[in-house]
Design a protein around this ligand. Structure first.
Ligand code: CA
Length: 623
């Protein structure tokens, strides 16, 4: 009893202290909203000293303040609004009162623009993944800022920022378009005002972008919000789509909200620091232990990327609204989600549904780095009887990624070599729509493709041929087309080198044919030729796939629809093979010749096709 009295007294004293201070509003997130959104609800996060102690009113036609939530920290208010379809664009005032104090905070409701957004990416697209800091530096005035937690930029240090930005990337849209690319995916562009962090004894910057410190600000070292908007507009004008890289699982340790959390449960907090195990099996395992699941899901990705608690409804709203705001504000077409499997999956479904409700054509593809089709299927729309059903339309295809590399690295045998690729696709029945998976040969977290296959240009072409002709939405990591190479040895910085020619003072400019050597031009022209053919031939987007059992190191598949049949015939052997085509009659009957789309030559006899050593032919069959 004494204890309760003491507690009440303490609260009263605390209340008195609050009364003595004035309130302020320093932030409102989202920073603006729109009239005419399909979902009429909005939850504003209002932050400032004692902002949660104000009594709020809104007087704006069509807008209703439904509820004002107070939380553990009196510096926050969460305001639930509804915005009627009849509401007009304009500035509403959030009026906060307490005693004699009245605060007025303007909040803008914009009209929705008619500019393209949420266009989605499909199998008709070819995505180019670039790290903006490492691609092109178009504005040297934004390379570094003394007022940021990491004030450095130094190209001589592989772990520091190098100065690449959105203005620079804008200058190379023609290059990408010419290459046959139809969509651009940047590693995250949001502000990462993170200090240098010690990773493995080396101080590293957050140039990769995965540690957000303000969800509503694009990093000023990339050019800020205006540069991002301008980039998207220029990309759209050039006919290119834009994919945004989203992170829901964690934020940066220097995120403004961490300095004064709304409530303890904003983050997954542990009695002592607990890292995720990075193990995905406990999530899908019907025999798995709950304690293992909790560590996988709620453990932190690394000590400087705190784990967000998405089962907290305020956190969920904050993240979902940010996703909608980004698409609407910048005109984003597709959404790539980082560390997808470490997120709370019911939250992911809510978030995906909110995006797809507002933008029905948008595509969403998360990163679930697994090594088998069952686990991969769990995180996308699937046909397996899991107790939890994901609504994610796509996903990055890590299974086909490893299978393609094994197919190029391993010697052919019963299960190995090209059988790996064949077998991965043979399990596609687990997906509702495998054509929505995003395929790739490497990315910013893996060894570069060229190095993995022993810098063998013949193998390089086989893998790219598969990537650009099999099912799925192909994506390519920047520089693959100019033979950038390296293993992640000694670190991932080796696979994130600057694009030669993208930076002031570069001795070589590999954006231009004259700056590339013969081998690089050979590779570039190969990608360009195939990507252009893919772009212009719907049979490679929506045509059916039929594959035949690999035999003696050969692997043959067809893409076909009512108007075209394309045969892809691979020989992974070191010697030429004459392919007897009798067993492919199901797809070849009625065709008498073919055009080799890579060489623009004709084949007059389809009964026996010469396959040179280490080659994949792409043949458009003719009657
Ligand atoms: Ca710059």
């Amino acid at each position: 009893m004494k204890r309760i009295l003491f507690l009440l007294l303490s609260l009263a004293l605390a209340g008195g202290a609050v009364q003595a201070q004035t309130a302020e509003i320093k932030r409102v997130n989202p920073t603006n909203w729109w009239v005419g959104m399909k979902n009429p609800t909005l939850q504003l996060l209002v932050y400032g000293p004692n902002a949660g102690t104000l009594t709020y009113t809104v007087n704006y036609p069509g807008v209703k303040l439904v509820k004002a939530h107070t939380v553990e920290n009196p510096n926050y208010a969460f305001l639930d609004l509804t915005i009627a379809a009849s509401a007009k664009p304009g500035t509403l005032n959030l009026v906060g009162k307490r005693g004699s104090q009245t605060l007025t905070q303007p909040f803008v409701l914009k009209a929705r623009s008619r500019e393209p957004k949420g266009q989605g990416v499909t199998a008709a697209d070819f995505i180019y993944l670039a790290m903006p800091d490492r691609f092109v530096n178009g504005d040297q005035s934004n390379d570094k800022f003394a007022d940021m937690a990491d004030p450095n930029a130094d190209r001589a240090n592989p772990f520091y920022r190098h100065g690449g930005d959105l203005a620079g990337a804008s200058q190379r849209l023609d290059y990408l378009k010419d290459l046959g690319v139809t969509a651009i995916w940047f590693t995250p562009v949001l502000e990462n005002n993170q200090p240098l962090t010690n990773e493995g004894g080396v101080m590293r910057s957050a140039y990769h972008g995965y540690g957000f410190t303000d969800h509503y600000t694009v990093d000023k070292r990339l050019g800020g919000n205006d540069a991002y908007k301008a980039f998207v507009q220029r990309a759209h004008a050039a006919g290119l789509k834009v994919v945004q890289d989203a992170v829901y699982n964690h934020c940066g340790i220097n995120h403004w909200i961490l300095k004064d959390l709304p409530m303890k449960s904003w983050l997954h907090q542990w009695p002592t620091y607990t890292n995720t195990s990075y193990k995905y099996q406990p999530i899908t395992d019907p025999h798995g232990a709950e304690s293992d699941r909790r560590v996988t899901l709620d453990g932190w990705f690394v000590p400087f990327l705190p784990d967000l608690n998405q089962s907290n409804p305020y956190v969920a709203n904050f993240l979902i609204q940010h996703a909608l705001w980004s698409v609407e504000n910048f005109g984003i077409d597709a959404w790539r989600i980082d560390t997808y499997m470490y997120n709370d999956q019911p939250f992911m479904n809510r978030c995906n549904a909110a995006l797809m409700n507002e933008y029905p054509a948008i595509h969403i593809f998360g990163e679930s780095w697994v090594n088998n089709v069952v686990d991969q299927a769990y995180y996308t729309r699937n046909t397996i009887n899991f107790p939890f059903k994901s609504n994610q339309p796509g996903g990055l295809d890590f299974v086909v990624y490893s299978a393609m590399l094994d197919a190029l690295k391993q010697k052919f045998s019963w299960d190995d070599g090209v059988n790996r690729f064949y077998q991965a696709l043979a399990q596609d029945a687990v997906y509702v729509d495998p054509t929505k998976l995003v395929t790739f040969l490497d990315n910013h977290d893996t060894d570069r493709y060229l190095s993995v296959i022993g810098e063998d240009l013949d193998k390089y072409k086989i893998g790219l041929t598969w990537l650009l002709t099999t099912r799925g939405i192909p994506s390519m990591y920047y520089g693959t087309e100019i033979l950038m190479k390296n293993f992640k040895d000694p670190s991932d910085a080796e696979v994130r080198r600057d694009f030669p020619g993208g930076f002031p003072g570069d001795k070589e400019n590999k954006f231009e044919a004259a700056g590339r050597n013969d081998r690089e031009n050979n590779a570039f022209q190969f990608v360009r030729k195939l990507a252009t053919y893919r772009r212009d031939n719907p049979v490679l987007h929506t045509g059916k796939l039929m594959q035949f059992l690999p035999q003696e190191g050969t692997y043959v598949y067809f893409r076909y629809d009512g108007s075209k049949t394309v045969m892809v015939a691979t020989n992974t052997n070191d010697k030429e093979i004459v392919l007897d085509t009798a067993r492919f009659a199901e797809r070849m009957t009625g065709f008498s010749s073919a055009r080799n789309v890579l060489t623009d030559t004709s084949i007059g006899d389809l009964k026996a096709i010469k396959l040179p050593a280490k080659t994949a032919l792409v043949l458009e069959l003719k009657k």
